[in-house]
Design a protein around this ligand. Structure first.
Ligand code: DHB
Ligand code: MG
Length: 232
């Protein structure tokens, strides 16, 4: 088993279930031309996020880590006319490319793009008493995953779905001595999920066009949401 077969199977399922239209292809091309890292979700993963939104009938979505906005557009397309995605991007260049992509995809009316450090942006929303989100996609810098989770929980309600991307990292997640900050970050995140009595979680390993990785899926249980910091 190797990358070649994972990619060809992903291509097979993409053709059947998650074909990209010209807009999504152009969005990806824009992002590549502008030099953004190719970290966006795969088409089948974009479709998976769409299906979660459809299953939950989500109205308010929070995305932490916009990059070029590819996943944002997949999710935005699944929202009804009254739906809203707040998406946060710290890197100015990424936010600028994403803003162009949202215009191109004619989704700007459903997307609120915040160019700021996610900690600041989330804290501001908490202070402003923002309405809770139905679905939260955490896909930003991995070392801060748990910080983002704790803040995002203050913007959640019982029943909020939380997806955390890239928690497997080619299997390195099991290496408790890893010196890789991203691995350490996802380990802390997974530990935090596991230890939080208000959260009900699982993790799914994936292979595909993006290699060997995986995601966590969490639902906020009934009961008051609160942050739950975990020490190193
Ligand atoms: C990385 C980040 C991502 O969001 C992703 O989907 C894949 C890789 C990374 O930082 O390595
Ligand atoms: Mg990711």
């Amino acid at each position: 088993m190797n990358q070649e077969i994972w990619t060809s199977v992903d291509d097979y399922f993409t053709e059947l279930f998650a074909q990209e239209d010209d807009v999504l292809k152009t969005v990806l091309r824009n992002s590549a031309v502008e030099g953004l890292p190719p970290y966006q979700v795969s088409p089948c993963q974009g479709k998976f996020l769409q299906l979660l939104i459809e299953i939950q009938n989500s109205k308010r979505v929070l995305e932490i880590g916009t990059l070029g906005g590819y996943s944002t557009i997949w999710m935005s397309r699944a929202l009804g006319v009254n739906g809203l995605i707040v998406t946060i991007e710290a890197v100015e260049k990424h936010a600028a490319v994403a803003a162009q992509n949202f215009e191109l995809a004619r989704q700007s009316n459903k997307i609120s793009l915040i160019h700021d450090d996610a900690k600041n942006a989330l804290q501001r929303m908490i202070n402003d008493g923002n309405e809770p989100f139905d679905l939260i996609f955490i896909d930003a810098d991995k070392p801060n995953n748990l910080v983002y989770l704790d803040l995002a929980l203050q913007l959640s309600r019982p029943g909020t779905i939380i997806v955390g991307d890239n928690v497997v990292r080619e299997g390195e997640v099991t290496n408790q001595n890893s010196s890789d900050d991203k691995v350490r970050g996802v380990r802390k995140y997974c530990q935090g999920l596991s230890e939080n009595p208000l959260l009900n979680s699982t993790a799914i390993q994936t292979v595909g066009s993006k290699g060997y990785d995986g995601f966590t899926l969490t639902v906020v249980k009934e009961g008051e949401s609160t942050s739950h910091p975990v020490q190193d």
